[in-house]
Design a protein around this ligand. Structure first.
Ligand code: GLA
Length: 371
């Protein structure tokens, strides 16, 4: 039994009605493309948020985090007046899901929810989507809402962007919902369709720089604005419809760099998918993606660059930052965590950086009921 289920009985004094789980994600390639109607290829990882829940006889919602040993409480009848400022950081994501569902009609009961997670927090592996999607699938089930996966993904995104105030696209939520063992999820954000792509590339190693960038949200919003401006200048609805020739001929300076990353990244996703389907190597595409994020999109940082360089110098066939960047994690292919651990720790120590963390991940199942 998971910690969430065990703690539920201690804290609530009865058994949960069910246990649900939602994984974190690693994005193999296709970064900063989701809010540009582009393509991305994430996979769900074998680290997840587990949610134990049961209805209550009243209209109270109580959420408890076993990781932080904190709880948040709110009343469904006051949902329209909920103010995110009144809740502590993590609980904005949790209660934000209820806020985003918006409907709880008078008949719906309150809920006790206990969550526990082994997705590293604030490291770019979407611990927040694992939390919001996990709670959304639990509520969908327990309240019998009959939501489809896209609706659940959008509710989880709204919780994060609308209530917790962290801007994000829809990649993390869809990856957490659609993941399958042995596969990556190709997401087309123009048609909002997903397709599974076999991902059998040997060990997938996460290199966590343990850097939390102070202004990551500000940089993210800044990049989104730049992309919107670039699309408007080019007269296209989104950068998905822009060509590289247009970007090179009609834009210049920083705007050109931002748009070039997005347009070339979409192409790299297409090539990655084609090669994975032929069981061919994809490492060089990951390296090009990293360079584009570093030089054109400017969302890398010295720690991420060092992690990627060290992995490549020690047998990795490909490596790149994954997630929004400016800290968080990189992913490396083609070599094991045991091979990378010593050189990476050494390189980080020599550079005066915090000791990094390494672990292997495998493409895993998406969110759903566990028990
Ligand atoms: C964060 C966001 C995603 C996506 C990535 C960058 O993880 O939550 O929606 O934009 O950054 O690819």
């Amino acid at each position: 039994m998971s910690t969430a289920a065990e703690r539920f009985s201690d804290l609530v004094g009865r058994h949960p009605e069910g246990i649900w789980g939602a994984p974190g994600r690693v994005n193999l390639i296709g970064e900063h493309t989701d809010y540009n109607a582009g393509l991305a290829l994430p996979f769900a990882i074998d680290r997840a948020t587990v949610v134990a829940a049961a209805r209550r006889p009243d209209r109270t919602v109580r959420v408890y985090s076993t990781n932080l040993d904190e709880q948040a409480c709110a009343n469904l009848d006051e949902l329209a007046d909920w103010d995110p400022g009144e809740f502590v950081g993590w609980s904005r994501y949790a209660l934000g899901v209820l806020w985003a569902i918006k409907l709880p009609p008078p008949g719906l009961p309150g809920v006790d929810i206990v969550v526990s997670s082994d997705v590293p927090l604030r490291s770019g592996l979407s611990s927040s989507a694992a939390l919001t999607v996990g709670i959304a699938v639990a509520l969908d089930d327990i309240w019998g809402l009959g939501l489809d996966r896209q609706e659940i993904a959008k509710i989880a995104q709204q919780a994060e962007a609308g209530f917790a105030g962290t801007p994000c696209g829809l990649m993390d939520q869809l990856a957490a919902l659609e993941g399958k063992p042995g596969a990556a999820v190709l997401i087309d954000f123009l048609s909002l369709t997903t397709e599974l792509v076999p991902l059998e590339v040997g060990p997938l190693v996460v290199l966590n720089t343990r850097v939390e960038h102070a202004n990551a949200d500000g940089a993210y919003a800044d990049r989104r604005r730049a992309c919107e401006t670039a699309a408007a200048r080019l007269g296209v609805p989104s950068l998905r419809q822009a060509t590289l020739t247009q970007v090179e001929q009609e834009l210049n300076g920083q705007l050109q760099k931002r748009a070039r990353h997005v347009v070339t990244e979409n192409e790299r996703v297409k090539q990655t998918v084609a090669r994975l389907r032929q069981n061919a190597a994809v490492g060089d595409l990951l390296v090009s993606s990293h360079m584009s994020l570093r030089d054109d999109y400017e969302v890398s940082c010295p720690e991420l660059d060092l992690a990627v360089e060290t992995a490549l110098a020690n047998g990795a066939t490909g490596a790149r930052l994954t997630g929004a960047g400016l800290g968080g994690c990189a992913i490396a292919l083609g070599t094991g965590a045991d091979v990378l651990a010593v050189p990476l720790s050494k390189a980080f120590a020599e550079a005066g950086f915090r000791p990094p963390e390494l672990f292997t991940v495998s493409p895993s199942r998406g969110a759903g009921r566990l028990a």
